[in-house]
Design a protein around this ligand. Structure first.
Ligand SMILES: [Zn+2]
Length: 425
C-alpha cells in the first residue's frame, strides 16, 4: 500500500479557486453548445477537449448500444435513433493503492428553452451579470461538469493524484431516459461510489422519485362543427382524461410513504405537450398527450403503468364511442423507479464533511421530487449521491447559476477526492 500525502483543506481550496478562470471559460462554452436531445455531440466534443487538454487525461467514448438498452429491464424505452450518440469518460488512474474508487458524473444534455421569447437573454448565450451566469443548462448541469473539471485540475496543479481510480463521466440522455448513465454501468463500470454535482447546494437528496413518461393517443370521430353532436371531439375527450390523471396524482399524494410523507405534494403529474385537431370548424379527430408522473421508491414501474392505464380507461368509460375506440397509452422516454440511499452510507458522510469544511455550514439530506442519474449507479450496487451548485429556474426561463457556488462545488469535489480516494504526491 502506498502511503498517501497530507494536503490541507486550505491548500486544496486555494488550488481550485486558482483555476476559476478555466472552469468558467469551459462553463460558458458548454452553455453556448445547445445540447438538447439529439444535439449532444458538440458539448461532448468540448468535454473531450477539456479532459485531454486541461486535465491531460485520455477521453474515451461509451456509445449508446440501442440493442443492449432495449433488452435491459432498467432501461427506458425510446423511439429515436441513438446511433452515433456517446457518453465521454476519462480515467484518472490510481497513483497508488489502498484508496476507494470514485465516479464523478454529470450530464451534457439540457432541456429546451421552454419559451425563448420569455428569456431576458438568449437561452443559449452564456451571459454574466455580477455573480450570476445565465443560460439554459448553466445550473442543470453544465456548472457541475465544469466543477468536476475544476476539482481535478486544481488537484493536478498541486502535483497530486488519487490512490484509487477516479472516472470522470459526461453522459447523454439524463433528461429523457437515464440511458446514458445506465450505458456506463452496463459497460462494466465498477466503483466504490459515484457523485453527481446536480444543483443541490448543501442538500443531499438521499431519496428520489422515479419518473414515468407516457403518451395518450385519442381518436375522435370527425364531423362538420354544424353537426358536432354527430362527432366525438378528441381534444375535449382529452380534457376528461387529464382530469382523471390529476385525480390519480392527488390519490398518490394522499398516501405518501416515508420519507416523502414530510414533503408537500411529492408526486407531480405534468401534461407537458398536447397536439390535436386540424381545423377550427372540424370536430377534432385526433389528440395526443405527452405526460410525466412520478412514483415513489418501491413502486414498480409496471404498477404505475397499470394505474395510468386504469385512469385513462375510467375517463373514457363515459363515452360509448371511446369505449369502442379506446385511447391508447404509449411509453417512450423515462420508465424509472425511485431510489433510496441510507444516510449513514460512507459516501454521504464524506460529502457532509467535505461540504462543511468548504462552506462552513452543515449539509442536510432531504428527499427530492425530481429524478437524477444516481438510479443507474444505485441499481448496480454503487452508492451514489448528488451535491452541487446553487441554481435557479432550471427547466424554466432565465435559468442561472451562482458563480461562487460553482467554485465551491469544485472545492467540495476536490476535498472528496482527497478524503475518499486518498492522494499521492
Ligand atoms: Zn440535471
Amino acid at each position: 500500500m502506498t502511503a498517501g500525502v497530507e494536503v490541507s483543506d486550505r491548500e486544496i481550496a486555494d488550488a481550485v479557486a486558482a483555476v476559476e478562470g478555466e472552469m468558467l471559460e469551459l462553463l460558458c462554452r458548454l452553455v453556448e453548445a445547445p445540447t438538447t436531445l439529439g444535439n449532444e455531440e458538440p458539448g461532448q466534443e468540448l468535454i473531450r477537449d477539456a479532459f485531454r487538454d486541461l486535465l491531460g487525461l485520455e477521453p474515451a467514448d461509451v456509445p449508446l448500444d440501442a440493442e443492449l438498452l432495449r433488452s435491459h429491464p432498467q432501461a427506458s424505452p425510446f423511439s429515436w435513433d441513438v446511433s452515433g450518440k456517446a457518453n465521454v469518460v476519462a480515467d484518472w488512474p490510481a497513483a497508488g493503492s489502498g484508496g476507494r474508487s470514485l465516479v464523478l458524473n454529470g450530464h451534457i444534455d439540457v432541456v429546451g428553452p421552454a419559451s425563448e421569447k420569455l428569456w431576458r437573454t438568449p437561452p443559449f448565450r452564456a451571459v454574466r451579470d455580477e455573480d450570476w451566469l445565465y443560460g439554459r443548462g448553466s445550473g442543470d448541469m453544465k456548472a457541475g461538469l465544469a466543477a468536476i473539471v475544476g476539482a481535478v485540475l486544481g488537484l493536478r496543479r498541486l502535483g497530486l493524484a488519487p490512490l484509487a481510480r477516479v472516472q470522470l463521466q459526461s453522459v447523454v440522455e439524463e433528461e429523457c431516459t437515464g440511458n446514458g448513465a445506465l450505458q456506463c454501468v452496463l459497460s462494466g463500470l465498477r466503483a466504490d461510489a459515484a457523485v453527481i454535482p446536480e444543483p443541490y447546494p448543501g442538500l443531499i437528496p438521499t431519496a428520489q422519485v422515479g419518473v414515468l413518461w407516457f403518451h395518450v393517443d385519442i381518436a375522435g370521430s370527425p364531423a362538420h362543427v354544424a353537426e358536432a353532436q354527430e362527432g366525438v371531439n378528441a381534444i375535449e375527450a382529452a380534457s376528461a382524461i387529464v382530469s382523471e390523471l390529476h385525480r390519480l396524482e392527488e390519490e398518490l399524494n394522499e398516501r405518501a410513504p416515508p420519507p416523502f410523507d414530510g414533503v408537500d405534494h411529492p408526486i407531480n403529474f405534468n401534461l407537458g405537450v398536447i397536439s390535436g385537431g386540424d381545423w377550427p370548424s372540424t370536430v377534432a379527430a385526433e389528440c395526443s398527450l405527452s405526460c410525466r408522473i412520478a412514483l415513489y421508491p418501491g413502486t414498480p414501474v409496471s404498477e404505475m403503468k397499470d394505474r395510468v392505464e386504469g385512469a385513462v380507461a375510467k375517463a373514457a368509460s363515459s363515452s360509448p364511442y371511446l369505449v369502442e375506440h379506446p385511447p391508447t397509452v404509449r411509453y417512450d422516454g423515462f420508465a424509472c423507479g425511485g431510489t433510496h440511499l441510507a444516510e449513514d452510507e460512507p459516501i454521504v458522510q464524506a460529502l457532509y464533511s467535505a461540504w462543511e469544511a468548504i462552506s462552513g455550514t452543515p449539509a442536510a439530506t432531504a428527499p427530492t421530487t425530481a429524478t437524477t442519474d444516481v438510479r443507474a449507479f444505485i441499481g448496480a450496487g454503487i452508492p451514489a449521491a448528488c451535491i452541487g451548485p446553487h441554481a435557479e429556474h432550471i427547466h424554466g426561463v432565465d435559468e442561472r447559476v451562482f458563480v461562487p457556488s460553482v467554485v465551491q462545488t469544485a472545492q467540495v469535489l476536490a476535498l472528496l477526492v482527497r478524503d475518499w480516494c486518498g492522494l499521492a504526491g
